[in-house]
Each structure stands twice: as structure tokens, then as C-alpha cells.
Design a protein around this ligand. Structure first.
Ligand code: ATP
Length: 218
């Protein structure tokens, strides 16, 4: 379903979010107080507007309240990021996602009602570290302090075996959610599904269980 997004702050993070949402077929309003940043986004957004994220009347006139999600990607200027978030919540925006610079910024954003706070640099750092330590792990998404989703490459040890035979849930306590093979993805594999060498398994579980599965089961 087509959704309405607004991205405020078009630095590296904001502009990537904006481009990708637009590419995925959604309506995206791109906002920045820097004219050049706004011009760079004209071909990658539905509308691009020069405005400050701290200008309440400008945001109100843009009908910001009606957007499904507003992403605040104002980076270095923590004060503007906080003020912008506060205005958005006061205007009644239901989903405000904000990029935080540090722990204190995060805590303030939490207090003023940001719906989701992201730390792209830290998250990416963790994912890259996971790739570095294990050649089998091709991607890693942290769900909480305890749970994650990993994408692992099927080795000889698991190939030509069915999910039933592998019995990953009973042996390791984690679940194979989906299997990627080339460009195809099977999101609800049957227990009889056979795993082939170099398939990518998308597995969810407790971090300790995933580690055990990756080290002993793969
Ligand atoms: P990134 O890492 O995503 O490049 P950054 O952490 O370097 O971001 P900045 O470059 O400081 O962050 O800010 C991101 C964008 O936010 C810039 O394009 C800047 O012009 C814009 N910006 C800063 N303050 C405001 C504001 N009050 N209203 C709208 N846009 C703003």
C-alpha cells in the first residue's frame, strides 16, 4: 500500500531514506533548509521543499500532520532535531522516527515522544562487525538486546537436507523464517523444503541460540 512519508533533513542518511522510499513507490515529501540539498532531491521525491524543520507554521502549512511517517534526519544540530520532533508530536503526527546523535539526544527524544529512535552509524557498525567475524553471516538485524535475525549462507553441512531433518528449532531454539535462492525468496517454507548449497537462510532467535546454530549447525 502506498504510504505518505516526509523526510526532514537531507544529509547522507535523510537523502538515502528519501530516495529508497520513493524508489519503493511511496509518496515522499523532502524537506531541508538548504536549497541545494532540496534541489538534489527533486528527481528522487514526490515534492521537495525548502523549509526549516523548526518552523511550526511552515510544517503546519505543509499538512505534515497527515503524513503516515515523518523522519527527522537533522544531524549535527541536536537542538533543531529536538525542537522539530517536539513540534511534530504537538502537531499530532502519529509516527515520528528520529536519527539520534548520541545517548543524551536519544533520552531527550524518548521523553518528548519520538516513536522510534535510530542510530544508523552504530547499527551499521554492528552489522559490519558481524559480517567480519563470520564469513557465513551475510546480514544481521538486531531486534532487541536478546533477539536478532541473521542471514547465513547454507554450507555443505546443511545442504541436501530438509528443514524437517535439520530440526533447527528443536536443536538450537531458533527458527528458519525464509530461504533465499538467487532472486527467489520462499517466505513460508514447508518442513519438507530441501536446502541447497549457497541458499541464504533467514533465521530468527535468541542471540546465544543463533551463535550456537551458526557455529555448530552450519
Ligand atoms: P548525515 O550523516 O545524514 O549526512 P549529518 O549528521 O552530517 O547527516 P547534517 O549534515 O548536519 O547531519 O544535517 C543533515 C541535513 O539536515 C542537512 O542537509 C541540513 O541542511 C539539514 N538541516 C539542518 N538543520 C535543519 C533544519 N532546522 N531544518 C531542515 N533541515 C535542516
Amino acid at each position: 500500500m502506498r504510504k505518505q512519508f516526509a523526510v526532514i533533513g537531507l544529509g547522507r542518511f535523510g537523502s538515502s531514506v528519501c530516495k529508497e522510499l520513493y524508489k519503493l513507490g511511496h509518496d515522499v515529501l523532502a524537506i531541508d533548509n538548504n536549497e541545494e540539498k532540496v534541489n538534489n532531491m527533486t528527481d528522487h521525491s514526490t515534492h521537495s521543499v525548502i523549509a526549516s524543520g523548526t518552523d511550526e507554521s511552515a510544517l503546519h502549512s505543509l499538512g505534515i500532520r497527515n503524513f503516515d511517517y515523518v523522519i527527522v534526519a537533522i544531524g549535527d544540530n541536536i537542538q533543531s532535531s529536538i525542537l522539530c520532533t517536539l513540534i511534530l508530536k504537538e502537531l499530532g503526527v502519529s509516527n515520528v522516527w528520529v536519527k539520534a546523535q548520541n545517548y543524551y539526544h536519544h533520552r531527550v527524544l524518548e521523553k518528548i515522544g519520538a516513536d522510534r529512535i535510530v542510530h544508523p552509524e552504530q547499527d551499521m557498525g554492528i552489522r559490519i562487525a558481524q559480517h567480519l567475524v563470520s564469513e557465513k553471516i551475510v546480514d544481521y538485524i538486531e531486534l532487541s538486546d536478546e533477539y536478532s535475525i541473521i542471514e547465513v549462507i547454507a554450507t555443505e553441512k546443511v545442504s541436501n537436507k530438509s528443514l524437517d531433518q535439520l530440526n533447527v528449532r528443536a536443536k538450537y531454539g531458533c527458527t528458519i523464517l525464509a530461504i533465499k535462492r538467487g532472486n527467489d525468496i520462499n517466505i513460508s517454507p514447508f518442513p519438507s523444503e530441501m536446502i541447497e548449497l549457497n541458499d541464504i537462510l533467514i533465521v530468527i532467535g535468541h542471540k546465544n541460540d543463533l551463535k550456537r546454530f551458526e557455529e555448530e549447525g552450519m
